[in-house]
Design a protein around this ligand. Structure first.
Ligand code: GLP
Length: 252
């Protein structure tokens, strides 16, 4: 799994299913090399197919997560972990409930912590105590956010409390009965520096809705107004796309 460091390396697949399968194979390979792998995990519609592929491999005995550790990128503020719209519930449904991760090695931000600042500091300490993140998997918001680092004139480097953009609340409405107003307005998220500290990063984006933001992420200068552009600064990033999400890269 050690590869020569290079600036975002692109892999383009015919469809979303093939992209998810490739990402699952890659993680299975990393687990075979390092059973104690520390993974950073995203939510969103995009990784659902990947989680399904990974869980299927575990169910068939082709992968083992019993020694692995996970840290999810972000969580909504103001709803408990067992709320059906929480990212924790999403992960339980799509991955944790199907695989042999040890519960004490699953790490999540607590969206109802009394002191969110301390909760964010605790998360940074937990990542450090685990030895840092080996492979950070990312999705991409249609506005270019990674985790919940929204476009802004300035970005917080470390895990922090964020206010969500209307576009992001719309994008996450499916978790809340389709109603953007029901989506919490705030969240806790790993910061850009927390993400960039991972030894390897793999971003997955599929579907035509991501074509324009993927093109901008790769072609525009690094800017806080497009948080995903910071991936250009990391020496070992792979971007896994389907043809639809790669369409803008082929156009010119
Ligand atoms: C949420 C998550 C992001 C994720 C994004 C994209 O906002 N916080 O980590 O990348 O959704 O979602 P989708 O894959 O549904 O487009």
């Amino acid at each position: 799994m050690r590869r020569t460091p290079r600036r975002p390396h692109l892999e383009i697949f015919p469809d979303a299913r093939a992209a998810a399968g490739r990402l699952a194979d890659r993680i299975v390979g990393a687990l075979a090399e390092n059973p104690g792998l520390v993974l950073g995990l995203p939510t969103g519609r995009t990784p659902v197919a990947f989680y399904h592929e990974l869980a299927s491999r575990v169910e068939h005995g082709a992968a083992d997560l019993s020694g692995a550790t996970t840290f999810n990128l972000d969580e909504f503020v103001g709803i408990p972990a067992n709320h059906p719209g929480s990212f924790r519930s999403f992960m339980n449904l799509h991955l944790f409930g199907r695989v042999n991760l040890r519960p004490e090695r699953i790490h999540f931000l607590d969206g109802v912590a009394d002191d969110t600042e301390e909760e964010c500091a605790r998360y940074e300490r937990a990542i450090a105590a685990a030895g840092g993140i080996d492979v950070q998997i990312l999705g991409l918001g249609t506005n270019g956010h990674i985790g919940f680092n929204e476009p802004a004139p300035a970005l917080q480097a470390r895990t922090h409390h964020v206010t969500l953009e209307p576009e992001t609340r719309r994008d996450n409405a499916a978790l809340f009965g389709g109603d953007p107003a029901a989506v919490p307005a705030e969240a806790l998220s790993m910061g850009i520096a927390t993400i960039l500290q991972a030894r390897q990063i793999v971003l997955i984006a599929t579907g035509a809705a991501k074509a324009s933001i993927i093109e901008r992420l790769l072609r525009e200068p690094v800017t806080t107004e497009l948080p995903g552009s910071f991936l250009q600064l990391h020496p070992d990033v792979e971007i896994v796309l389907d043809e639809a999400a790669a369409a803008g890269l082929r156009a010119s």
